[in-house]
Structures are given as structure tokens and as C-alpha cells.
Design a protein around this ligand. Sequence first.
Ligand SMILES: [Zn+2]
Length: 328
Amino acid sequence: MNGIKYDDILARIEKEKGISKEEVEGKIKDKLKQLSDLISKEGAAHIIANELGVKLYDVGVKKAKVNQLNTMLKSVELLGKVVQIYEIREFKVASREGRVVNMLIGDETGSCRLVLWDEKQIKEVEEGKVKQGDVVRVSGCYVKQNNMNYMELHMGNKGDWVINPEGESVEVKSFTETERKDIKDLKENDNATIVGTLVQVFEPRFYDSCPECSKKVEYRDDGFYCAQHGKVESKAQGVLNIVFDDGTENIRVVCFRDNVNKVLDVENVVDLKENTEKFTEVQRKIAGKQLEISGRVKKNDFFNRLEMTANDVKDANPKDLAGEIKES
Ligand SMILES: [Zn+2]
């Protein structure tokens, strides 16, 4: 994967060749058939772009937004706001030693890591010339994909930056940065990502919610009421408790809304309401499933244990799991 999304390739071909989306997709389908589905949809789209002479990568200087970063870009220019600056670290490899600084920068499309390798910028960080909240225009950077599949911007001796360029401001897309952690190392109030195996699934519980904001509604004489949206039609929402294990320990995870469907691999958990038989079937199907869960760690005072409330659930990247096994 090099970071160009299928839809972006499609849009690029459409725009440059002036042909309809349906036509482009038809060509991609034919290509897939021709290659007996040996390649991905994205792969087929790349081939079609090549055949039609549509350049997907700009060589040379490229102004980019965070969500456009991909490893084929050379000499990237990007305007971003400094979200976080991490400690200066020293490194030593066979060929050289030196210092490196990781920062997190963002724009209205997302955030990414900026890795500084050159002493000029590292000194500026050290001297406090660049701070959290400053705007930086970086140039001459290259892009690398890290082992969590995120794109990183790297600035070496060909790169440079302008700190707080005049007349520029940047709005950063809000997000919570989560750190990948072992379950045994989780602490109360952590925002963390854990990767492991689903070891137990409890029968989902349901509550009446507001269709606008998904919050719990209260039943009064003539119907359901949301504290914020007044009288509403109630909508059933599922809550799912699971036990999740990553080999270092296990933790109970609570999932709401879409995350319930993602864990259970079902269209709508409400179909399982008062249907123990169907739930048992689902339970059997998903036992041992491997997931990547991001969420917030809370203390359950009643049981005196830590639990996680899931913000996001994804199928685990097989590469990540393989890495885990090798390391341990
Ligand atoms: Zn509401």
C-alpha cells in the first residue's frame, strides 16, 4: 500500500480523461477479471491509470495536505500546526549517530508525525524557537510509512521549515492520539490502542436512545424524552461487554453503537434482541477474533478493576499480530 486511496485514483482518472465513473469502474472490473482477481481493486485501478497515461504521482515539489501523504511523493511541502513535540532522542546505528526529534503536526485533514533528522531544526526545537501551537511550513520532506501503516513526514538535510509564516493559520482536525499499549501496562484515564483476541462475549444489553444524539432517553407519560432534543421516537441501542486478551493480561471492554456491530460482525445488533439462539450462533462465529481496539481506560470502582470504553474497533492488521508474536 502506498497511501493513494481507490476513490482518489478513480477521481483522478475521471477528471483527467473526462470519462464517467461507471466507465472507469467497468475498466477496473474487466482488468480484475482478466487477472483472475489476483490483484486488489486498488492494484487494478493503478494499472488502468497507467494504461490511460494518467499520472498518479507528481514528481518534484508537491504541496500536500496530511491526508494526501503517500510514499511516492518526493520533496513535500506542507503547512501544519504543531500539536505536540516529543523529547530529543539520541540514536546510534552502524553508519552514523546523531539526534532525532519526533513531533506531531496537523492540518484540517488530519495529523501526522514529523521526524526531524537535521541539527539545524533540532537546535531550534531545543532552543524553544518552535512550540506547541506554532504554524510551520515544512518543505523538502519525504514520506515514510510506519509499522502502524501511518504516513510520516521526514525532514533531512534537504528539508527546511518556516516557523509561523506570515498570514498563515491552520485549523487542526480534532482527534485523540492513542498510544499502542500492552494491557498489563494500562492505567486509569489512558487513551490507548490494544491489539489482541476476543476471548469472551456477553449477551448484548439494550437501551432506548435518542435518534439524534444516541444518548439514553427517559420514558414519561406520553413517550420518550431526550434531555437535549425533547420528545423523540426512541431507538434501541446495543451495549456489548467483551473480554479481550493480548497475551499480557485481559481486560473487559464496553462497546456502544457501531462498535457493537463491528465486534459482532452483524448489520444491526438489534436483530439479536431477545434472540438467544441467534446470539449463540454469532458468539460461536466470532470467538477468537483478532481486533485492534482504541479507547479510554476507566476504573470500575464496584469491581475494583480497569475497563476500557471502546472509541474505535478494527480488525487487527495481521502484520501487527505477526510482529507481536516475533517480539514476545
Ligand atoms: Zn438527543
